[in-house]
Design a protein around this ligand. Structure first.
Ligand code: XMP
Length: 315
């Protein structure tokens, strides 16, 4: 793809052919699905509906942030509240790949419900080339089981349409600029959301803990970036560990879980380096996390492992 304008014209024609009636679009707030949704909106107008699902696994403020991003991109969308469905599907599941599978399946069931309400028989996704190359390739692990290829149940009732299948990230960015999508400096965030940031069981309480801790990590890192104490990391987040560890408040010993802080530098997520952080920033994070989650989280750890041998995510 050399010419974004020509790509857009062609994509519009292909979408008009691929969607004879109505379609919904799975919009996650990321650039790929936003571009896919805008193309569908241009091609099909109100025969296309972009859907943003509140899984209950989103970060603090994410619903509002994504809403502002869609508004700035002039993309009409509908927010679908589905937290209960996701937590039900995840009840009692510890295994990371099983979490991803169940989340992928729940997404599709939610899409099917919404498609039925809208009278649609197509589902548009913003899958790009590295997604399916990574998901299906014999040489790579299944990185993105969700929302993209691998995670879709075989019996899905909707026909999948993927207008960006052949594009790479820099090409999507060029199309996004052409469509007037504002540049967003968002760090990568896994499709399965905070479910893979709580090691072990996924409950609303544990997700809320990691949400609170994660917001503190984001705030403190962004403050340090703004103050030029550190360069902007590739990813920075919190993970909740299912350990029982002892702490002390006043005269009392309390047992709680532990939070891991993960801050990495990388260019393409294939390899990554644990960032060397100023002690004061880590101390502030630790102090704020254990105060905000007093009694529930009594310890914060800093992950100093590079990728390889570790991955960026804990699950
Ligand atoms: P790892 O943990 O394999 O992650 O070093 C590499 C990059 O991929 C992101 N990641 C995911 N993205 N669904 C996604 O959409 C997933 O299941 C998933 N798992 C990892 C991770 O955040 C990092 O940027």
């Amino acid at each position: 793809m050399n010419d974004p304008a020509a790509f857009v014209e062609e994509a519009i024609q292909r979408l008009q052919a691929a969607v004879p009636q109505r379609t919904i679009v799975a919009a996650s707030g990321g650039i790929d699905s936003t571009v896919a949704a805008l193309l569908a909106y241009r091609a099909l107008g109100d025969r296309s509906k972009a859907i943003f699902v509140d899984t209950g696994l989103l970060r603090a403020g994410e619903i509002e942030q994504v809403g502002r991003f869609f508004a700035a991109s002039h993309l009409p969308y509908e927010l679908v509240p589905a937290a209960d469905r996701f937590f039900r599907a995840l009840a009692g599941v510890d295994d990371a790949e099983e979490k991803r599978r169940r989340i992928g399946e729940t997404f599709v069931r939610v899409f099917e419900t919404e498609a039925e309400k809208f009278g649609a028989d197509r589902l548009i996704q913003g899958t790009i080339a590295p997604d399916w190359i990574e998901s299906g390739g014999a040489l790579r692990d299944t990185i993105k089981t969700h929302h993209n290829v691998g995670g879709l149940p075989k019996d899905m009732r909707l026909t999948l349409v993927e207008p960006l299948r052949d594009l790479y990230k820099d090409e999507v960015r060029a199309v996004a600029r052409h469509l007037g999508v504002p540049e967003a400096e968002r760090q990568p965030f896994p499709g399965p959301g905070l479910a893979v940031r709580v090691n072990g069981p996924v409950t609303p309480e544990r997700v809320e803990r990691v949400r609170v801790a994660n917001a503190i990590v984001e705030e403190e890192v962004e403050r340090a970036v703004a103050a030029k104490e550190i360069a902007r990391p590739w990813q920075y987040f919190a993970v909740l560990l299912p350990v029982r560890t002892v702490g002390v408040t006043g005269d009392n010993r309390v047992h709680g879980e532990a939070v891991v802080v993960r801050i990495v530098e990388s260019v393409d997520a294939m390899t990554a380096t644990a960032m060397e952080m100023p002690r004061a920033v880590l101390a502030r994070i630790s102090e704020r996390v254990t105060r905000a989650l007093a009694g529930a989280v009594v310890r914060t750890l800093y992950d100093i492992t590079d990728k390889p041998p570790a991955t960026i995510e804990w699950e």
